[in-house]
Write a protein that binds this ligand. Structure first.
Ligand SMILES: [Zn+2]
Length: 182
């Protein structure tokens, strides 16, 4: 914490110098903070206030995540969280998703857009599942030529080179509304 960082209850100014602003309260001759944040002393308005720190939103169990696959490992994928319940994530958090039991060669590839659900937090790692029908890959490209692919039952086929590849597709695969949410 730097010197400008204040914690609730901490004295931030004297009442004879300033008026209590946002996230503060008057305590006899002092103004004290009611929130964690940075002190703002406005000398024209003579206002002492606390600017709240932006809270990092850690997804909760049951939250639906849309993210980009960072790594595609034999038994799991690592996903950079982009949206939590449809809202743009305000931090670069990652979650992992175990894929070993799905018996697919390519559940999702790196750079694929996937929808997963948070199932637990274990030792600081956020775990998710991709198993339900609505969960899975939302957007992917051909592994061979990076061409556009179309859905074929539970696989995808490249429109350009004809390569057929497996993925764990979401029911929402091919609907692209999620791309315009930022
Ligand atoms: Zn292709």
């Amino acid at each position: 914490m730097n010197e400008k960082q204040k914690i609730p209850g901490e004295k931030i100014a004297l009442i004879e110098e300033y008026l209590p602003g946002e996230n503060t309260f008057e305590d006899e001759d002092s103004i004290r903070a009611t929130a964690i944040g940075e002190i703002r002393l406005d000398s024209t308005e003579r206002l002492a206030s606390i600017e709240r720190q932006k809270q990092i939103t850690v997804p909760k169990v049951g939250d639906i995540i849309i993210g980009v696959v960072e790594a595609n490992l034999p038994s799991m994928i690592a996903i950079m969280i982009k949206f939590v319940n449809g809202k743009k994530a305000n931090s670069d958090l990652e979650c992992i998703c175990v894929t070993r039991h799905l018996r697919k060669k390519n559940v999702a590839l790196a750079k694929d857009v996937v929808k997963v659900e948070i199932i637990s937090h274990i030792n600081g790692t956020i775990h998710s599942t991709i198993d339900s029908p609505e969960l899975g890959v939302l957007f992917t490209k051909c592994r061979k030529c990076y061409g556009t692919v179309v859905k074929m039952r539970d696989a995808v086929k490249c429109k350009d080179c004809g390569w057929i590849d497996d993925r764990k597709l979401s029911l929402d695969f091919g609907k692209s509304e999620f791309m315009t949410q930022d």
